[in-house]
Design a protein around this ligand. Structure first.
Ligand SMILES: NC(=O)c1ccc[n+]([C@@H]2O[C@H](COP(=O)([O-])OP(=O)(O)OC[C@H]3O[C@@H](n4cnc5c(N)ncnc54)[C@H](OP(=O)(O)O)[C@@H]3O)[C@@H](O)[C@H]2O)c1
Length: 236
């Protein structure tokens, strides 16, 4: 299948490598391909430049966001949450009629707030939108002809693409969206990654809970120690 991954961050790279390994034709989207390939410094989290990473993954094509979206039959959104609506709106025509699986978090970095939450990597970001709206719903409103599914967001993407690495795969992944066929497509992708417990949370409004879970995910990560892989299981 032709799958577009919009984004070049560490999460996107996990999907790109796994999808290619599964035999899919992967098209990666970035703002400006030449500028992305020209970068030669790690980012602030120490992630190596995309060009360096890509050199170790032959056969992956890099395009603008819109060109990658045009080539994908299914599209994954890994664009930084604050910029996702604007960037995806620029590819609205290319995304028409397609399933867009969104895993971004609408983080606001370095917030100026009265009661900051100190973390090992600075003050915990806040969310915008939060509680009464979600990034996924904003994307769906901006792209009414696209079928948005929220998924993946409750895990590190390394675990999303390799669930069996945690607890033998016995943990839960969530999907939410307003289009049943798009949720089936996202669930099919998750099954191919190895997920056996995919819980459909219903309409896209449930993305509010999935995005806000990011704070608990971080807190669990701090408690377990940096780099510890973990999952969550809904016991019922
Ligand atoms: N990494 C994970 O495991 C994980 C897990 C759950 C949720 N998330 C969330 O998922 C989202 C993506 O995460 P990620 O780690 O894959 O990547 P990321 O480093 O958060 O974002 C990188 C992508 O955002 C794009 N971007 C940044 N600023 C932009 C702007 N002003 N306009 C347009 N595009 C812009 C970059 O474009 P260029 O390619 O042009 O640089 C790049 O493709 C984030 O919201 C993150 O919080 C990540």
């Amino acid at each position: 299948m032709k799958i577009a991954v919009l984004g070049t961050g560490s999460g996107a790279r996990a999907h790109i490598a796994r999808l290619a390994g599964l035999g899919h034709e992967v098209h990666v989207g970035t703002r400006a391909p030449r500028a992305t390939l020209a970068r030669n410094e790690p980012d602030m989290m120490g992630t190596p430049p995309f060009g360096t990473w890509l050199a170790g993954h032959p056969g992956i094509e890099l395009h603008t966001f819109a060109d990658a979206a045009a080539r994908g039959e299914l599209v994954i959104n890994g664009i930084d949450g604050r910029n996702a609506v604007a960037a995806l709106s620029g590819a609205a025509r290319q995304l028409e009629g397609k399933t867009l699986v969104d895993y971004a978090v609408p983080y606001v970095y370095d917030p100026d707030i009265e009661h900051p939450w100190p973390t090992p990597w600075g003050v915990m970001p806040t969310f915008d939108p939060c509680d009464s709206d979600s990034l996924a719903e904003q994307i769906q409103r901006a792209l009414p002809a696209t079928k948005v599914v929220k998924a993946f967001v409750t895990q590190e993407q390394e675990t999303v693409v390799d669930p069996e690495a945690v607890g033998g795969g016995d943990h839960t992944m969530f999907v939410a969206g307003d289009h049943a066929d798009a949720k089936r497509a996202a669930t099919g992708l998750l099954t191919s990654y190895g997920w056996t417990d995919v819980l459909d949370l219903g309409p896209l409004v449930a993305a509010r809970g999935m995005e806000m879970y990011a704070h608990l995910h971080s807190a669990i990560g701090f408690a377990l120690g940096f780099g510890t892989r973990f999952g969550i299981k809904v016991v019922r």
